[in-house]
Design a protein around this ligand. Structure first.
Ligand SMILES: *Cc1c(COP(=O)(O)O)cnc(C)c1O
Length: 339
């Protein structure tokens, strides 16, 4: 029987531990009014509601990433993201709580020069915990900038640890492989049987981790991801790498079934971080009928796609549906002029 404890034991055998940020499973809630509208049972896993730094999916990844940083004896965490990055915000909170210094390299990668986008939402929360912010333009110099930053800290005798965009590497992805086992245990105790799990994808770690978790569980669950980046191929490649490497850790073999990767690009609109009318209408509707807040960049787009695909009858052999709410709600305030 595969369970959270067999999963944890398997990783411990490989020397991989967790720095616990999330003590309890996140809630799975039924959406009664939306379910009645769609004629299907729709549940949401509320990874947006966690006790740290306004919550979100990056906390699951940070449990493994910061544990690795701790094993390596580092003192400083450096990460990178867009100006309104949820990943940067949660890295700042989790790192500070765990006794690390933290640097955020924030790229001006979204074509939005409004005062709100620049200075509200996540930025306020980053500043509140005194994260060191490096604002840089969005061009090829990003990686050179980071290399130099890491090098400069090393020369000062510090030990920095770099976390890539979105915390999406194999270590971070483990958080969502583990989430599959959490979902399975919750589903059993609630007498539910999820055939489809939908989620937003931005850098592949969440999606890749989920697919690796489903493969480990050996259960027939379709993971449907909705890409929030215009480009599909680079995300797909990163997702595959993460699945393979986690499979290697958990099963000692790197075989993956590529037919199980479902990455939909139809709901990104004009690009990353650009809110469109369809997404806005979905965010408003879900807030009005269920009281649940989706965000403009990730969960709003993914939920729009998920509902639309259900309406289009794209999911066959469906039992119960689960949407993973990955968070991002602070960015609503950065887009306040759009609602
Ligand atoms: C980062 C993020 C995602 C995407 O997760 P990835 O693992 O980067 O694909 C989805 N939703 C929110 C709110 C996020 O911040």
């Amino acid at each position: 029987m595969k369970s959270i404890s067999t999963f944890d034991e398997k990783l411990l055998e490989k020397g991989v531990d967790r720095l616990i940020l999330l003590k309890n499973p996140s809630e799975i809630l039924f959406l009664p009014r939306l379910s009645a509208e769609l004629g299907h049972r729709i549940y949401v896993k509320r990874d947006d509601l966690s006790s740290i730094g306004m919550g979100g999916n990056k906390l699951r990844k940070l449990e493994y990433l910061l544990a690795e940083a701790r094993r390596e004896g580092v003192n400083r965490i450096i990460t990178v993201g867009a100006r309104q990055s949820n990943h940067a915000r949660l890295t700042a909170y989790a790192a500070k709580m765990s006794g690390f210094e933290v640097d955020l390299v924030l790229k001006n990668s979204v074509a939005n020069s409004s005062e709100l986008y620049r200075n509200n939402g996540n930025i306020i929360l980053d500043e509140l915990v005194d994260a060191k912010i490096h604002e840089i333009p969005n061009d090829l110099r990003v990686s050179a900038f980071i290399e130099k930053l890491v090098q400069d800290y090393r020369e000062k005798g510090e030990k920095p640890y770099f976390i890539p965009v979105g915390g999406s590497n194999t270590t971070g992805g483990l958080g969502y492989a583990r989430a599959v086992l959490e979902i399975e245990e919750q589903a059993q105790s609630m007498d539910l049987d999820f055939s489809h799990i939908a989620v937003a994808s931005g850098s592949g770690g969440t999606h890749g981790g989920l697919l690796a978790g489903v493969a480990y569980l050996e259960k027939d669950i379709q993971i449907q991801a909705y890409n929030v980046q215009l480009e599909r191929e680079p995300i797909l490649e990163d997702t595959k790498t993460i699945i393979k490497e986690i499979a290697g850790l958990l099963n000692d073999q790197e075989h993956i079934d590529e037919s199980k990767i479902h990455l939909n690009n139809d709901y990104v609109g004009e690009g990353y971080g650009l809110l469109n009318e369809e997404t806005k209408a979905c965010i408003k509707h879900v807030a009005q009928i269920e009281g649940m807040l989706l965000d403009p960049v990730y969960s709003g787009k993914a939920f729009t796609g998920f509902i639309n695909d259900i309406k289009l009858g794209k999911f066959t052999n469906s039992r119960d549906f689960l949407f993973i709410h990955t968070g991002g709600t602070p960015s609503i305030f950065a887009y306040a002029d759009r609602f």
